[in-house]
Design a protein around this ligand. Sequence first.
Ligand code: ACO
Length: 326
Amino acid sequence: MSFGKITAVAHYAPEQVVTNEDLTKVMDTSDEWIKSRTGIEQRHISSNENTSDLATKVGQQLLAESKLAAEAIDFIIVATISPDASMPSTASLVQAKLGAVNAFTFDLTAACSGFIYALSVADKLMTSGVYKNGIVIGAEVLSKVVDWTDRATSVLFGDGAGGVLLQSSSQGPLLLSESLKSDGSRSQSLTSNLTQPNSPFSKATQENDLFLKMDGRAIFDFAVRDVPKNILETLEKGNLSPEAVDYFLLHQANSRILDKMARKIKVDRAKFLQNMQEYGNTSAASIPILLSEAVASGTIKLDGTQKIVLTGFGGGLTWGTLVVKI
Ligand code: ACO
């Protein structure tokens, strides 16, 4: 039987760093407000690179690390809510830039759960036995979709990309347990790029609203109510206790959310890795960036000995947990 194994991880963020102090020069905010409310201290903001450029940097690193030829890649999935375009997909642009001529490609849109959803889909492709090598990337240039006149949202987000290489292996399943969730009835609390019919024959009454809009309180409540429940249910489904988990890698939106999650799940807060202080909220990129940094520092090892919880939550609404034997 064939399984997918994560054999390489990588991340990339634009060079330009914008601190909270830098933001005070362009809007009415303060380092104290941002840090105390969210834990965020700085974010990387692209000056000229688009989402596919960031994702390509990640793909190049994955290939270099694994010494795999670009032609050996069977598929590329890019999770993003800030693609270069609706068409072509960002994944197609990455394929061309990498020279991965044999890969099929598609983008996946599930906001801050995007990477979790994409990894789950990729795992099924790998267990089909049809494919040998696949790339899954979360990549965002959110700085192009936030409304820079809205201090309540613009201070929260950043740009970056992270990803993994999956290779076929006989070592056993990558996912010990999983549970992906969506609730479209709450979709209006987090929206971006709302477009209306526009033709000589249309009768649209609403305006386009291209910027990212968020009801922060509603999303905060959703995160602390629905997400810990989802983590506990997913662990239970896999006959695992929270104590059996080495590390929890959750979407990096707000350190107060992580504090509350750790209390609700009743595990040591130190097991919840955190880097939003350096990157802000990078949506689909946040979990793979965190994973890549943890592997680089030696905290997480890709040797099949650790159990890791990966949990995303965000627009859709979407949320979900994968328990990964990494
Ligand atoms: N600087 C200074 N003051 C500000 C700023 C700012 N950047 N932004 C808002 N304020 C003010 C508001 O105007 C308000 O002032 P008022 O009381 O005089 O009206 C006050 O601060 C409080 O604003 P709230 O929005 O109520 O602040 P809150 O404590 O709820 O924190 C936050 C806001 C940080 C956004 C929080 O709600 C949050 O983290 N929500 C969750 C976000 C999240 O997890 N998103 C994940 C999904 S993202 C995705 O999927 C793309």
